[in-house]
Design a protein around this ligand. Structure first.
Ligand code: 26W
Length: 822
């Protein structure tokens, strides 16, 4: 008798169709005549989730049986992007599902498009965490991602009259089929109150913490499947709730409203993601979010350890805890508290365990981003943690004094407490002291950490420092987002590159093949055509797919210098106005990115882009030669349409400011050429692709430092560069603001009087590099060769390489094979 495939695990087209219709009926409660496209998306998502669950359970069972060493990746942000397409790719059933869906008279792209992405991150750091989860699963490394299940993720960006407006991101409105709540593993987190000392039964001095408030953390799990492998790891996000027992008393005492208030204030903890990127505001609720998810996660790890019958002394053998920047750095004090106060372990042993458990990644050199909490606020919310921080500091400063006697300045700089004015707890210092490894995210960044930001810690603990250059997952950013390119690559060199990105090297011989170059060009054109269709639909602007697509997408920040690109656009515009018959290379300039809602200058840069677009796009003298487009609400979903369609990737930060960048990698993998400074990972990308295939400009980090030290004066550049002067003068005159000279004044004044990020110093060099870009694009054959070589040489920038290095150098986590059991 023919065996009928299981409805929940079978992968044949017939079974997939049956399971899909079953889920539509029994989970969505709809039948085809009533179902919306979103219902169909949900039915498909549940069909895929069932197939993940089988792998998930085998994985959990194997890790438990083998007590596998596990990475706990602690991050306040996971910018996952839509899950359905990625899971289809990793399960290896994309084509089959596409066929099944078509046979049912539906369209897979339409269903994929229904998914509301979980925007639980701001930018680079959150997206990196998501790429790393994919690579850890693919490399079969046992791992748990721990974070916050924000009810509202990063705001949705709208445009009104060219200005950014923000809308709440209600991503959970229609339900989230990818998560499974685990209320039985809920834990409690204490906040506020006071501490008191007591003697325990053995006469030992102990401290107990009497909190003012207790919040319940409920875990929600999302499966993270590796690429064509059975390993299915977990992303565990904590949602805050009021504990039933706590508000009971208020109820009984008749304070009904007070009890409800308490509930509301508890649930606030996981309500909304702070939308700041690279700037810390020192807000109380933010500190509460940090202790909330960190305490939940550490308690969860201890539960797992004890369930496996392992003693607490083996915490650091069972787990290695990666701190994604300082946002979870309070973990150092919290683990000490759990071990000493709650589990009765002696301080010294607890400190050994703690110091062997944590590793810290720094992600930024921006001084504004360094987290410091006013001691007053910290002590109010975390009275016991403040005592523990003081105690750690006491031991630590003794250690510093032993190695560097009579160096009061060093003690003041390294202390966990900043006492130069109002007192602050310094989270980066806490992370450095409490971790066995400290890493930067690109070679230059690690070097600058050692030389500047963390120099004192480098002198004290040189052996802790190491570099781990970032990477991105080729599954999402090539296979899923660029199917045309993927087919060509598979046809040409086979598909092993998806797991071994350095195999793309095999493409180098095809550079000489004219028909391959032709296909390469046609694929880029087709991708550009798709993006042009999107732009037409969303912006109402007609762009020419034959023009050079010149793109900058990332958070809006002065150090990233979106406005340098604007200076170039106005320069070209001025040239065309002066010489209407000028033969220039037609370009489409594309921008995308969110500004932090409180960052006025960043919002003004968006208004500048949209204002310049209005003038340039509607000037008949320009015709179709220049188009400027601001794509609103840049997120992972949109990003996946943009990278494949780019000719030129703009990576133009002031050297020494962008820790790594990861968009730079996504562009280059998809065959875009880069115009960039010697900053972050740009340096390593240029090394890999070859200087002849990269458009370099601008000062180096060392030159930036020297110029700033010698009292930089932007005014001199303005006076001595006629094209720059004309650009600024036109802006000043109001030519791009309907004659209003005030609109952009804050921006212009800042450039003319400080120019903190040296746009004027780099302007001429940038314009000349752009000239070379325009020339290169005119020679199609040469351009295509460069484009192919960029993709062929990007092997290093797979997140698989990054994760393999973390595993070998920091984590010491062997891979664990998962067999499917049914
Ligand atoms: C406390 C406010 C705050 C919020 C976010 C401070 C700092 C951050 C992040 C660390 C900012 C961030 O995303 N940094 C980016 O990290 C990427 C991944 O390593 C790098 O590629 C980017 O260069 C870096 O800006």
């Amino acid at each position: 008798t023919a065996r009928v495939e299981d409805d929940r695990t079978g992968l044949s087209i017939e079974t997939l169709k049956r399971a899909f219709l079953d889920n539509l009926f029994y989970i969505q409660g709809k039948f085809p005549r009533l179902a919306t496209q979103h219902d169909y998306y949900m039915a498909l998502a549940y069909t895929v989730r069932d197939r993940l669950l089988q792998r998930w359970i085998s994985t959990a069972a194997t890790y438990t049986e083998q007590s596998s060493r596990t990475v706990a990746y602690l991050s306040a942000e996971f910018l996952m992007g839509p899950q359905l397409g990625n899971n289809l790719i990793n399960l290896g059933i994309y084509d089959r599902v596409q066929q099944a869906i078509e046979e049912l008279g539906l369209n897979l792209d339409t269903l994929l498009d229904q998914e509301e992405e979980p925007g639980l991150g701001n930018g680079g750091l959150g997206r990196l965490a998501a790429c790393y989860l994919d690579s850890m699963a693919t490399l079969e490394i046992p791992s748990l991602g721990y974070g916050i299940r924000y009810e509202f993720g990063i705001f949705k960006q709208g445009l009104q009259n060219g200005w950014q407006v923000e809308f709440t991101d209600k991503w959970l409105r229609l339900g989230n089929p990818w998560e499974i709540p685990r209320p039985d593993w809920a834990v409690q987190v204490k906040l506020g109150g006071y501490t008191e000392a007591y003697l325990d039964a053995n006469g030992h001095y102990r401290v107990r913490w009497i909190p003012r408030q207790v919040v319940k953390g409920v875990p929600y799990d999302t499966p993270i499947l590796g690429y064509q492998i059975n390993t299915c790891n977990t992303l565990r996000l904590w949602s805050a709730q009021a504990p039933e027992s706590f508000d009971f008393e208020a109820f009984n005492s008749g304070d009904y409203l007070g009890a409800v208030q308490e509930k509301i204030s508890s649930e606030n903890l996981s309500k909304v993601l702070y939308p700041n990127d690279n700037v810390s505001q020192g807000k109380q609720l933010r500190l509460a979010q940090q202790i909330f998810f960190v305490s939940c996660s550490l308690q969860d790890m201890i539960r797992i350890l004890l369930r496996q019958k392992l003693p607490l002394s083996e915490f650091s053998q069972k787990f290695t805890v990666q701190l994604n920047d300082t946002h979870p750095a309070i973990a150092v004090a919290e683990l000490m508290r759990l071990l000493v106060d709650e589990h009765g372990i002696a301080w010294d042993q607890a400190w050994d365990i703690t110091r062997n458990s944590f590793a810290y990644t720094n992600h930024t050199l921006m001084p504004e981003a360094l987290e410091r909490w006013p001691v007053e606020m910290f002590g109010q919310m975390l009275p016991r943690h403040l005592e523990i921080v003081y105690e750690i500091n006491h031991h630590f400063l003794d250690e510093v004094r032993a190695k560097f006697p009579d160096d009061g300045d060093r003690i003041r700089r390294m202390s966990l407490i900043d006492e130069s004015g109002e007192r602050f707890v310094r989270m980066a210092n806490l992370a450095c002291v409490g971790s066995y490894a400290i890493n930067g995210v690109a070679a230059l960044h690690t070097e600058l950490l050692q030389k500047d930001v963390l120099h004192d810690f480098y002198q004290l603990y040189p052996e802790k420092f190491n570099n781990k250059t970032n990477g991105v997952t080729p599954r999402r950013f090539m296979v899923l987002s660029n199917p045309r390119l993927t087919h060509l690559l598979n046809d040409t060199i086979g598909d092993s590159w998806v797991q071994h990105l350095d195999h793309l090297q095999k493409l180098e011989t095809s550079v000489e093949d004219a028909s391959f170059r032709q296909r390469w060009w046609e694929i880029k054109q087709a991708n550009k055509h798709d993006l042009a269709t999107y732009i037409q639909a969303h912006n109402g602007i007609t762009v020419d797919p034959e023009s050079l697509f010149d793109i900058q997408v990332k958070r809006i920040h002065e150090y990233k210098r979106q406005h340098l690109m604007v200076l170039h656009i106005i320069t070209l515009y001025n040239r065309l106005k002066a010489n209407p018959n000028l033969d220039i290379t037609p370009r489409t300039f594309l921008f995308g990115g969110k500004a932090a809602p409180g960052y006025m200058m960043a919002k003004l840069i968006i208004k500048l882009i949209t204002s310049v677009a209005d003038v340039v796009n509607n000037d008949p003298a320009v015709g179709d030669r220049l188009k400027v487009v601001f794509l609103k609400n840049f997120n992972v979903k949109l990003a996946q349409h943009i990278y494949p369609a780019a000719d030129l990737s703009e990576q133009v930060s002031m050297a020494g400011k962008e820790a790594s960048g990861t968009g730079n990698m996504k562009f280059a993998m998809n065959g875009a050429l880069t115009i960039g400074t010697l900053d972050g990972a740009n340096i390593e990308i240029r090394e890999e692709v070859g200087p002849e295939n990269f458009f370099l400009f601008g000062l180096t980090a060392a030159e930036v430092k020297a110029l700033k030290a010698s009292s930089y004066n932007p005014w001199n550049y303005y006076q001595s560069n006629p094209e720059l002067k004309e650009v600024i003068d036109r802006l000043k005159a109001g030519d791009f603001s309907g004659g209003n000279p005030d609109l952009f004044r804050p921006l212009i004044d800042s450039l003319l009087s400080w120019d903190n990020y040296l746009l004027f110093a780099d302007y001429q060099s940038y314009i000349e590099a752009q000239e070379k870009v325009s020339q290169a694009y005119r020679d199609r054959d040469r351009w295509v060769r460069m484009s192919i070589l960029n993709t062929a040489r990007m092997g290093k920038f797979s997140s698989d390489r990054s994760i393999a290095e973390y595993a070998a150098d920091i984590w010491q986590t062997p891979s664990v094979k998962i067999e499917l059991t049914d």
